[in-house]
Ligand binder design. Structure first.
Ligand code: IVH
Length: 651
């Protein structure tokens, strides 16, 4: 039929131009021509909805927002790579390969290490089917709908396979996004990687669609006989593959490649933080195998932190949710490896003393990977330098600022300080606490500023009318915020405890308290001795909890939350997992899971996590830099496992 062939032709042409533009960076037509073709296709689809296929170029616009992300297990673990921090460590990698495979020269594929977010993309029967974030390495989040909006990911490809690669933001798109956010008075993203994560892990695909995300493929499953051929195949299938890849014969060529790109990194449109080297032959890769942490056939050569010098124009203070008054250095903005840096926290008076930094000094500032910029040292003392003096009154409310004995941090002691209030509302609404999406800095400032919100319980009194009166609030976003506020009433006890913002009580302690006492009333009424019986709760934390609940204002807040329908009891899920009856002790840094994640997963599988090793311990899970607990385990003859083995036990 004419119409259907016209439709297919138009689709194919759009696909071809999309590839030329987004993957090859070599457009043949103008943007306007492209838009015109897209409009034509849309018009055709509107007139004939029966023609629309899910892989049509029109389907990238982003569907409906979702409620949350679904967890998906990876086909094989998405582990990370071992790092080589200098040339010697890179040579060590080659030496290990030669020791294991036989002493000869090996072929390595060198690729630039893009600083983004790794993603597994699945194709089934020729079509883009699913995309999953790395998550903890074994289980990630389904971000299929968001990923569909990334133009450099083909919606069609031959056969069924998996591609792994990196979702990135180029430096220009990153700067543009941040400029837009500044105009909208939204907080800037700290680096392109955060921007990529913040754009992919959103519930509304239309947000992802509006951002200029890119995807570079670096891994094909099943692979071709060599990594090089896999990359070539990916390129041929229409994926973006970094064009600076190189097949290096032996270690000398590899070292030269790393040196070359370390010097040239700033010239690239993308943020890179090193070079990834992989043994080219897949047969050799198989012989080398994997450690629990990473493949033995690959290494990440990490570039050193990027540094720059700049002037400290001022040192200002910020008031946090616990009243902590934190000094922040304000710099003459400086470009550090493609990212503009204008400030860095100085933490506290002691740190300022240690650095010896004063206003007017020139300092060396460093930005290492995902780490927030930090002042390394003073390089030049300014002629008219002037020391920072911690204010004695709060810049926001005029309350007293006090530094308790033995503490490094100064605090505003007025519990009704608006700056503290704003921070506490933001903490309450944060992801992982009450998950109130849309309740960001600007809205909280306005709500607190207008007097509508005097504590977090006031959130539950807000109406649509109240919200739409706030600056930059449409009724759609207002409804969305209300929906999330409503949903948060059903939060668990541990999230509620965390949300209260008791000093020294974070996610983990909140979890322990909820489990130990089972009931918020019991925690509120416990004395310090009783509180200390809970695991990991020492005198300092117990004192802080007691002090918090002794404040009438805090008790009143809790009563109001009770009235709003919050659950005050801990709901125990019946556990019949694979680790039922087993006790674990965690030590050292695990490659993928944080301590909290590991503990949660062990508990979810029915196991217990203890703090110290004893005869009752069944397994010690050891990561990097495991300390005395590991020695103790060996002494008592307790079985030691690594992260991968642990995950295996739970599978
Ligand atoms: S290979 C087993 N290749 O770096 C294969 N990773 O530190 C593991 N990355 O999690 C990945 N560019 O997010 C590989 N060309 C590249 C890469 C790359 C960036 C990231 C990736 C990975 C991390 C490892």
């Amino acid at each position: 039929m004419l119409r259907s062939s016209q439709y297919k032709h138009l689709q194919d042409e759009l696909r071809r131009h999309e590839h030329l533009y987004y993957v090859l960076d070599a457009p043949e037509i103008t943007d306007a021509e492209y838009d015109r073709m897209m409009q034509e296709l849309k018009a055709l689809e509107e007139a004939h909805p029966e023609l629309v296929t899910p892989d049509s170029p029109t389907q990238r616009v982003g569907g409906k927002p979702r409620e949350g992300f679904v967890k998906v297990a990876h086909s094989g673990a998405m582990l990370s790579l071992d790092n080589a921090l200098d040339e010697a460590e890179l040579r060590d990698f080659d030496r290990r390969v030669r020791e294991l495979l036989g002493d000869q020269s090996y072929t390595y594929v060198a690729e630039l290490k893009l600083d983004g977010l790794s993603l597994a993309v699945h194709y089934r029967d020729g079509a883009f089917a699913q995309a999953v974030t790395r998550g903890d390495g074994s289980v990630g989040e389904d971000v299929t709908e968001n990923t569909r909006t990334i133009r450099s990911i083909p919606l069609r490809a031959k056969g069924s396979f998996e591609v792994r690669g990196e979702v990135v933001f180029n430096k220009k798109a990153f700067e543009k996004l941040n400029a837009e956010r500044e105009l909208a008075e939204l907080p800037r993203f700290a680096n392109p990687r955060n921007a990529a994560a913040g754009s992919l892990r959103v519930l509304d695909p239309s947000i992802t669609a509006s951002r200029q995300l890119d995807f570079y493929a670096y891994f094909l499953i099943p692979p071709r006989p060599t990594q090089w051929e896999s990359l070539e195949a990916l390129h041929a299938m229409g994926f973006k593959v970094n064009s600076h890849r190189k097949r290096c014969q032996g270690i000398e060529e590899l070292v030269a490649y790393c040196k070359e790109w370390e010097a040239k990194r700033d010239s690239l449109p993308l943020e890179i933080d090193g070079v990834v080297a992989k043994v080219d032959s897949v047969a050799q890769q198989a012989k080398l195998g994997w450690t629990a942490k990473a493949p033995r056939w690959a290494i990440a050569f990490k570039f050193p932190a990027q540094q720059a010098q700049t002037l400290v124009e001022d040192i200002i203070v910020n008031v946090g949710r616990t009243g902590a008054v934190t000094p922040t250095a304000i710099f003459t903005p400086v470009n550090i490896g493609g990212v503009m840096v204008g400030k860095a926290t100085l933490h506290n008076e002691d740190e300022i003393g240690r650095l010896g930094v004063q206003i007017g000094d020139t300092v060396l500032v460093e930005r290492a990977g995902d780490v927030i910029p930090k002042v390394v040292r003073v390089v030049n003392e300014g002629d008219n330098r002037r020391p920072f003096v911690m204010p004695t009154t709060c810049p926001d409310c005029g309350g007293d600022v006090v530094r308790a004995e033995g503490e490094a941090i100064s605090r505003c002691i007025n519990t009704n300080c608006p700056a503290r209030l704003k921070e506490s509302v933001l903490h309450f609404a944060a992801r992982g606490v009450m998950d109130i999406d849309g309740l960001g800095e600007v809205l909280v400032n306005n709500l607190v500023g207008s007097g509508l919100v005097k504590n977090v319980a006031d959130l539950y009194k807000l109406t649509l009318d109240d919200l739409v009166k706030m600056e930059r609030m449409g009724s759609k976003s207002a409804l969305n915020v209300l929906k999330h506020i409503e949903a948060s009433r059903k939060s668990t006890l541990n999230r509620l405890i965390n949300g209260l913002g008791i000093p020294f009580v974070g996610e983990r302690t909140a979890q322990i308290l909820a489990k130990t006492f089972g009931d918020l009333d019991k925690i509120m009424n416990a004395d310090e001795e009783e509180l200390k019986k809970a695991e990991e709760v020492g005198p300092k934390v117990a004192h802080s909890i007691r002090q918090f609940f002794d404040q009438p204002a805090n008790r009143e807040l809790v009563e109001r939350l009770r009235h709003e329908g919050f659950v005050f009891t801990y709901e125990v899920t019946r556990q019949t997992g694979k680790l039922q009856g087993l006790t674990f002790v965690l030590t050292g840094t695990l490659p993928n899971l944080t301590r909290e994640e590991a503990q949660q997963r062990i508990e979810a599988a029915g196991g217990k996590v203890a703090k110290s090793v004893s005869k009752k311990t069944n397994y010690v899970v050891a990561g990097e830099e495991a300390g005395s607990k590991l020695d103790k385990a060996k002494e008592l003859g307790i079985k030691v496992v690594d992260e991968a083995e642990l995950i295996g036990m739970m599978a």
